[in-house]
Ligand binder design. Structure first.
Ligand code: NCD
Length: 304
């Protein structure tokens, strides 16, 4: 039995197979409409979510399966003091696969150890968010044609943003990729990441001003300042509008640069950018459903 805890749990060949499957699902949805008949997905969300939870639900429903779960720790037995390990043992009796989001780093790993069914980490604290990374990789592969040979700017909250940490981890396995980290001093990417890049000899630069690097980027990955992970409100208020991507800044970018964002957006992308053909974040959300469909089939070992 296989779980998905980190994007590195799949090697690059396995990822290629997963993305090929997602592509086939996109082109031939009818072929997969009953692939999960009689199967149940449990969504155990101890932290707020719109996209991730609903895209899992949509994915399982589009495969013909059913979904049970909770979307808030307060409405689960966690509020009575039940441990994640006990909860997953019980969920294993009710469902065939589980997607879990938790504010504590490592909680889905603890669950996986005691689980009788595959567990998917749907975000653990500021740590990892592997299915968002699968979504990001599929989006880049589909819209850019390859997962190598580009300069990617990651902008915003690089300290607390788990999507950023997961994406960097996954991209270092592909060739000829350069990173540009754009953040205020307080929200720089963690040292363990820059140390890993140095050790692997992967080029990166850290800058504060987005305007200065815009012309060199092939991809710009914008992120929200992660309010819920700040220790004090004052720091959040000071940093939340540090970056606002607008048409003036887009005018500095390459004609084929793509803007990605895991969403939800707050202020960091002005709505005027939504109509720019380079804005790919809504298409990215659609790829998230295809890739989660492919992931469910893969972990349940269902061949269509
Ligand atoms: C992200 C998350 O939860 O980390 N959202 C998502 O799953 N698409 C990003 C965020 O909340 O900023």
């Amino acid at each position: 039995m296989r779980h998905l805890m980190s994007p590195l749990d799949f090697n690059t060949q396995e990822l290629d197979r997963l993305f090929d499957l997602a592509g086939d699902i996109e082109r031939n949805p009818g072929k997969y409409a009953h692939a999960c008949d009689g199967r149940i997905l449990a969504t155990c969300f101890y932290e707020p979510s719109t996209r991730t939870r609903l895209s899992f639900e949509s994915a399982m429903t589009r495969l013909g399966g059913r979904v049970i779960g909770f979307s808030d720790a307060a409405s689960s037995s966690a509020s009575k003091g039940e441990s994640v390990s006990d909860t997953i043992r019980i969920i294993s009796c009710y469902a065939d696969i589980c997607a879990m989001r938790h504010p504590k780093e490592g909680a889905p790993m603890v669950a996986a150890e005691k689980s009788g069914i595959p567990v998917i980490n749907a975000g653990d604290g500021g740590h990892q968010h592997p299915t968002q990374t699968l979504t990001d990789l599929l989006t880049i592969r589909s819209l850019k044609g390859a997962l190598s040979g580009f300069t990617i700017g990651l902008c915003g909250d690089l300290k607390f943003g788990r999507t950023v940490h997961s994406l960097i981890n996954a991209l270092v396995r592909y060739s000829d990729i350069r990173f540009v980290f754009i953040s205020p001093e307080e929200l720089r990417v963690p040292d363990y990441i820059t140390e890993m890049l140095k050790a692997k000899g992967i080029p990166y630069e850290e800058v504060i001003r987005l305007e200065n690097v815009m012309p060199q980027l092939d991809l710009l990955y914008m992120t929200r300042v992660q309010k819920e992970r700040f220790f004090n409100e004052e720091d959040y208020v000071r940093l939340k509008d540090f970056y606002i991507l607008n048409s003036d800044k887009m005018a500095l970018a390459k004609k084929d640069m793509l803007v990605l964002h895991p969403l939800p957006r707050v202020n960091e992308i002005s709505v005027e950018v939504d109509n720019d053909p380079r804005a790919a974040y809504f298409r990215q959300a659609q790829y998230g459903v295809y890739v989660r469909m492919a992931l469910i089939l893969t972990l349940l070992e269902i061949q269509v």
